[in-house]
Design a protein around this ligand. Structure first.
Ligand SMILES: [Zn+2]
Length: 505
């Protein structure tokens, strides 16, 4: 089956932070998860290179626009490459293929009378690049996100009418309870849809904003950011010219942080409806990362977690695991260097140490040979069967925030169960008694085979760790599949590995 997974395209006016890292890692985890199930996945990410904020940052940097955009977009690509992100397409909205699709959609909607020109007076927040209603502002009349007073602006602009589609969208969400996940965000969107929807301003006069796609029907204006950015999701799939468009779109997933819920779950489905396309398959929404103890991350508090620094310190895979495992479903989630170190230690204790201990035992006492022809006891089979069943069950699920968290939880539970089994059976004692050698082999085989299952299941989260464990068991296959058959570890020799999680200090 074809599947399509997207991250939002990121604003190039700043450097990539942990939030960008999270959404993109989540998409990469989902891609690998789906590939293991045999699906053909197309994963896109990219940068949003238009709008006033990019324009201002570029002007402040004093660079030619194309040099600035290339440099900023490169920052994101570099971090994603370091994080092992296996994206299939990196969209840049300043690229011609994207602009082409935006222009053709604008022309179509304009010709059909769905885009109108009118003058508008309103309070405009430059930070948000949006007109604000009084009710959007805080008690001091400031934008709650930017803590700045919006400016009163009167200008002519082009608008796209949302209200005619409001009832349709409400019904759609009610009929598709899994369309927006987790479900608390669906409730939030339904709440927004209780009130009439204002026309969506889709243009900016060039006198104020020049960095954008010129409206095909009025050269004095550029397209406003959302009408440009959201269309990336279909321009990337080459809408209009790709014969496979429908089969990818039918199983498509948008990943997004909660601050862009409204554009993705109200503007975008309505735009698509007007264009004649079904809404995306599923919107997977997540909260923010905040400092330890619920404190917002800020430079002045010195608690900002920079993905590059974390990778320098512990490598990328423990960061990937932490981010997936520590995200909570419907609230913000804490991150700090000390929490990351705790997570690292847990992985080292539960997985790295066990792998090292059992492999060294086999190396020393069995000349490295993985025991073959062992008949396992019921308690051994219970460990293998319960571990394999828990993985098989998770891998049956559709991708979702819940599924990602459950996968990481399942892996930790399997590690804990296996450690308990290993400790209870005391193989280090068995090996000293000639009469207990058979039992020693059973325990060692069970542990190695369970490690193989864990390594397979962990692949989407920690691909290099997965391959290293499998290699140490002489069981590495380039392409891993979501098959969790117990007692399938074949004959071969173990290879004493380098530590998976070296001491951090
Ligand atoms: Zn604002």
């Amino acid at each position: 089956m074809k599947k399509y997974i997207t991250t939002p395209i990121y604003y190039t006016n700043g450097a990539p932070h942990i939030g960008h890292a999270y959404t993109t890692i989540l998409a990469d985890v989902f891609k690998k998860f789906e590939q293991m199930k045999g699906n053909d996945v197309f994963f896109s990410t990219g940068t949003d290179e238009h709008g006033q904020k990019n324009q201002h940052t570029c002007e402040a940097a004093g660079l030619p626009i194309d040099v600035f955009l290339e440099k900023q977009s490169g920052l994101f690509q570099a971090v994603f490459d370091r994080m092992g992100i296996d994206y299939d397409y990196f969209v840049r909205t300043s690229g011609e293929p994207h602009k082409e699709v935006v222009r053709s959609i604008l022309t179509d909607l304009y010709d059909r009378g769905m885009i109108i020109k009118k003058s508008y007076e309103g309070l405009y927040c430059e930070g948000c690049e949006q007109f604000k209603k009084e009710s959007d502002l805080d008690e001091n009349g400031l934008c709650p996100d930017h803590k700045k007073a919006p400016k009163l602006i009167l200008e002519e602009n082009y608008f796209f009418r949302l209200e005619p589609y409001r009832e349709w969208l409400r019904e759609y969400i009610q009929l598709h309870p899994d369309w927006i996940k987790p479900q608390n965000y669906a409730k939030e969107v339904l709440k927004m849809l209780e009130e009439p929807l204002d026309d969506l301003c889709i243009s900016r006069p060039k006198s104020r904003v020049w960095l954008g796609i010129e409206l095909p029907f009025d050269k004095d204006f550029v397209t406003y950011i959302w009408f440009d950015a959201l269309i990336n999701y279909i321009s990337t799939l080459k809408f209009g010219s790709n014969p496979d468009f429908n089969s990818y779109w039918a199983n498509s997933y948008h990943l997004l942080a909660k601050d862009i819920l409204k554009p993705h779950c109200i503007y975008w489905p309505i735009m698509l409806k007007a264009i004649g396309i079904e809404p995306v398959g599923k919107c997977i929404v997540h909260g923010y990362w905040i400092g330890e103890g619920g404190v917002k991350m800020s430079k002045s508090l010195g608690n900002v977690v920079d993905p590059n620094e974390v990778i320098d310190m512990m490598g990328v895979e423990p960061l990937r695991f932490y981010l997936i495992n520590a995200m909570s479903i419907s609230s913000d989630s804490p991150i700090s260097i000390s929490l990351l170190k705790q997570g690292y230690k847990q992985l080292a204790n539960a997985l790295g140490n066990l792998q090292m201990r059992v492999i060294k035992m086999v190396d020393k006492n069995l000349q490295g040979e993985i025991p073959s022809d062992v008949s396992l006891l019921a308690e051994d089979m219970e460990v293998l069967e319960s571990v394999s069943k828990s993985f098989a069950d998770v891998y049956k699920k559709d991708i979702d925030l819940e599924t990602a968290i459950e996968l990481s939880d399942c892996i930790m539970q399997a590690c804990n169960k296996l450690n308990m089994y290993f400790a209870n059976n005391e193989p280090w004692g068995l090996v000293k008694d000639e009469t207990k050698m058979e039992r020693f082999k059973q325990v060692v085989y069970t542990t190695l085979d369970a490690l193989r299952l864990i390594a397979t299941a962990i692949y989407p989260l920690m691909p290099n760790v997965a391959h290293s464990i499998l290699k140490s068991l002489s069981a590495d296959n380039e392409k891993l599949t979501a098959e969790f058959n117990p007692k399938a570890l074949g004959v071969g020799k173990v290879i004493v590995p380098d530590p998976l999680f070296p001491y951090l200090g």
